[in-house]
Design a binder for this molecule. Structure first.
Ligand code: GLN
Length: 277
């Protein structure tokens, strides 16, 4: 049977496990994608893809996979392997795009091992692996991104995870953290880009404060329908929220000092400010 060809002006967002993988405002990403497609004249639809169902996955333009605590990840990883892996792979091969945040990002990789040593196999859609540590990485994040065509070339958000994610050779980072821990608190990378799949630790929610990334995802998904440009929108409110986090980040000591010895770093920062005695 010939693959379904989506109707020209319908834009479909597929939300993986909305009942279980949806924390720290992740729902805002769905609303942002739908609204920004609607403001460009598309009939925007949202498809809930809970456990067991795969109906309509071949019509999805952008899949969203939110975050979740270890308990929720334990409830979805088998369904992901059994029911979603194959249709997701073929959808991505046909040009669908995936945005995955934190717990969702981890399960698209090879595996996620909890701090207690439990191992949840992932679907290997992206070349990353995650090992949880004892200390949770929590706080604001600012990323200098390498994703081409993104203006501003910064992304802002909030992280809260125990997982340390390491990228394999087939995955590229979204960028480098200017503030925050990012993938693993040591190599200063954040997230991953592999083909049409983007993984990140940025909650918040991410897309309302980063409208340029939302448009990047929409454009990427619609490029298979010959769309090369999206009509501009007035993003002044969104970008002033973005700027506010950037400004707040300026007032913070650099990321590395914070990571290694929080108490020593603030003493250093104070000493640096006071200058040589
Ligand atoms: N449970 C995972 C971790 O702790 C993901 C957490 C999340 O999605 N915020 O790293």
């Amino acid at each position: 049977m010939a693959a379904h060809k989506p109707h020209k002006k319908i834009f479909t967002v597929g939300w993986l496990y909305p009942d279980l993988m949806n924390i720290y405002g992740d729902r805002g990403n769905i609303l942002t994608l739908l609204k920004r497609a609607e403001w460009r004249g598309y009939e925007a639809r949202m498809l809930e893809l809970g456990r067991g169902t795969t109906i309509g996955m071949d019509e999805v333009d952008v899949f969203f996979f939110g975050g979740g605590q270890d308990r929720e990840q334990a409830l979805v990883y088998e369904d992901l392997l059994e029911h979603k892996q194959q249709p997701l792979e073929s959808a991505v091969n046909r040009g669908s795009v995936v945005l995955a945040v934190c717990g969702g990002y981890q399960l698209l990789g090879h595996y996620y091992r909890t701090a207690e040593g439990e191992r949840f196999p992932g679907i290997g859609l992206i070349d990353v692996r995650t090992e949880a540590g004892k200390k949770r990485f929590i706080g604001d994040v600012v990323v200098d991104t390498d994703i081409s065509g993104l203006t501003p070339n910064t992304l802002v958000g909030f992280e809260n995870h125990s997982g340390r994610t390491f990228l394999g050779p087939r995955a590229l980072p979204i960028g480098k953290v200017r503030l925050g821990f990012g993938n693993n608190g040591s190599d200063r990378t954040e997230g991953c880009v592999q083909g049409g799949v983007i993984g990140t630790y940025l909650h918040g929610s991410l897309l309302p404060k980063n409208p340029h990334l939302a448009d990047h995802l929409i454009k990427l998904a619609l490029s298979r329908r010959g769309v090369v440009e999206l009509s501009p929108l007035d993003d002044s409110v969104e970008l002033s929220a973005h700027e506010r986090i950037l400004a707040r980040a300026q007032r913070r000591p650099p990321v590395r000092a914070q990571e290694e010895h929080p108490r020593r770093s603030s003493a250093n920062a104070a000493a640096e400010q006071k200058g040589p005695s």
